[in-house]
Design a binder for this molecule. Structure first.
Ligand SMILES: *Cc1c(COP(=O)(O)O)cnc(C)c1O
Length: 452
């Protein structure tokens, strides 16, 4: 059976880890969308409360987690680390496999790790309402949950393809008291303009972000909240890796390979940033790998350049691996991985050669997830199924070479709201979309040319 490695509640980390001061070279600046000049804290004030903006520019390596946030974290944290004995036996060979399980949170994923502090800081600043986007619905659920705890209203723009595929996520978001619209919607100027051009669009995260940003930017008491990509989001997620380091120490293990799935990059960063710190300090030397879908391969096929975070060109310009802000990925079931860009910090680490990346097709990921579920009893979400597939290949390689490898991965969420996707897999209805280079070239043609 799987061994559960439990970190005592008293050892819940007290600080998030800010990787920026430890990087071998500083990350590129964030640029104003109009002037292309570096922005300052005041430029972001319409969108975020000052506490969060200050975290973006902080030069401290550790930022204290407010007690109000830790109190909520304790509802499900520390999360378990498992040794996957039965999966190891299924594969055979000498690999030892560990997974950190974030599906034990109230909404079933890692997303509340940042939703809770974001709602907390906004409530503290007197904000009345948060507007946000959601892909598969996990982020919308997490923010709706967090807003209900801190007495904030919440408005969610959900990518149309997922809105139609996942009615239960919609109901969950409404249970926590939030309002939800399929995106693109008629609620915003930008949504209306997209619908006019293509009434049948499946939508995209980039479009939904534009809608939520527009709502925040045009309403005094509304701010914007983002579930991935931004530095402070990645930092809030580092509680995952900080716990995991302590748990691995309890069983005297050091990872040789660390794997996470990456859409915007937050669950991946949350697990790996504390390990990157250890790697840069020479205390361990793991291979660190981000796994993305072949239908939205920003790290493996995108360009590293300045681009907008949204389709409507309202966000600042950030330097990242991008497929171009107008890019609309095919409607794969891993809705949480359908994003045109990658977090700037993850992109920077990739550029520095500190992490590697791989892209996988969805049928392979579901096939691996089913094997994992049968062995370990947990049904992975379609997003972490990408990590599972990569882990299984890695364990097979260890079997062939006879190398004793310790493999660690992040099981970022369960798949209980994704059973229709599993059913489609069992019915042989899943399509592995081949992404033609022209679609990337076409979207990249609209990306502004910025020097630096
Ligand atoms: C949102 C989500 C992802 C993808 O987002 P990242 O920011 O790349 O982590 C992956 N897994 C789960 C379970 C998610 O909810």
């Amino acid at each position: 059976m799987a061994t559960k490695i439990v970190l005592p509640e008293a050892e819940l980390p007290t600080h998030w880890y800010n990787i920026v001061p430890d990087l071998p070279s500083p990350p590129p600046p964030v640029l104003h969308p109009g002037t292309h000049e570096p922005i300052g804290p005041d430029d972001l004030a319409p969108l975020f409360p000052m506490d969060l903006i200050l975290q973006l520019v902080s030069e401290d390596s550790y930022i204290e987690i407010p007690e109000e946030v830790r109190e909520v974290y304790r509802l499900w944290r520390p999360t378990p680390l498992y040794r996957a004995h039965r999966l190891e036996a299924l594969i055979g060979g000498p690999a030892r496999i560990y997974y950190k399980y974030e599906g034990v949170s109230p909404v079933g994923s890692h997303k509340p790790n940042t939703a809770v502090p974001q709602a907390y800081y906004n409530a503290k600043a007197g904000v009345k309402k948060l507007a946000t986007e959601t892909g598969a619905g996990q982020w919308g659920s997490a923010l709706a949950f967090a807003c209900s705890l801190f007495g904030l209203d919440c408005e969610v723009y959900m990518v149309r393809a997922s809105y139609d595929q996942k009615p239960s996520r919609k109901a969950m978001i409404e249970t926590f008291g939030a309002t939800i619209h399929p995106s693109p919607s008629n609620n915003t100027q930008y949504g209306r303009s997209v619908l006019e051009e293509d009434p049948d669009t499946p939508g995209s995260l980039g479009i939904a972000i534009s809608e939520a940003v527009e709502v925040a930017a045009t309403n005094e008491d509304v701010k914007y909240s983002l579930g991935s990509v931004l530095d402070f989001v990645l930092m809030h997620q580092t509680i995952i890796g900080e716990e995991t380091l302590r748990q691995l120490a309890m069983v005297d293990e050091t990872p040789d390979v660390i794997i996470g799935c990456a859409g915007g990059g937050s669950n991946f960063s949350g697990l790996v940033f504390p390990f990157v710190r250890e790697k840069l300090a020479g205390r361990m030397d793991p291979v660190i790998r981000a796994v993305e879908p072949a239908a939205a391969p920003s790290l493996t096929r995108g360009s590293y350049q300045f681009d907008f975070g949204d389709t409507g060109q309202m966000t600042p310009l950030v330097k990242m691996h991008t497929l171009g802000h107008p890019f609309i990925p095919d409607p794969i079931h891993a809705g949480g991985l359908r994003y045109h860009g990658m977090a700037p910090l993850v992109s920077h680490l990739h550029e520095l050669g500190i992490i590697e990346a791989e892209a996988l097709h969805q049928t392979e990921t579901f096939a691996s997830a089913v094997k994992f579920a049968k062995a370990e009893g947990i049904i992975p979400g379609p997003e972490p199924a990408h990590a599972v597939a990569s882990v299984m290949t890695e364990a097979e390689k260890a079997k062939e070479s006879g190398e004793e490898k310790v493999i660690l991965f992040n099981l970022s969420g369960h798949g209980h709201f994704d059973m229709a996707a599993y059913q489609a897999f069992f019915n042989d209805e899943l399509v592995d979309y081949e992404l033609p280079e022209e679609r990337i070239t076409e979207a990249m043609a609209k990306v502004p040319v910025v020097s630096g």
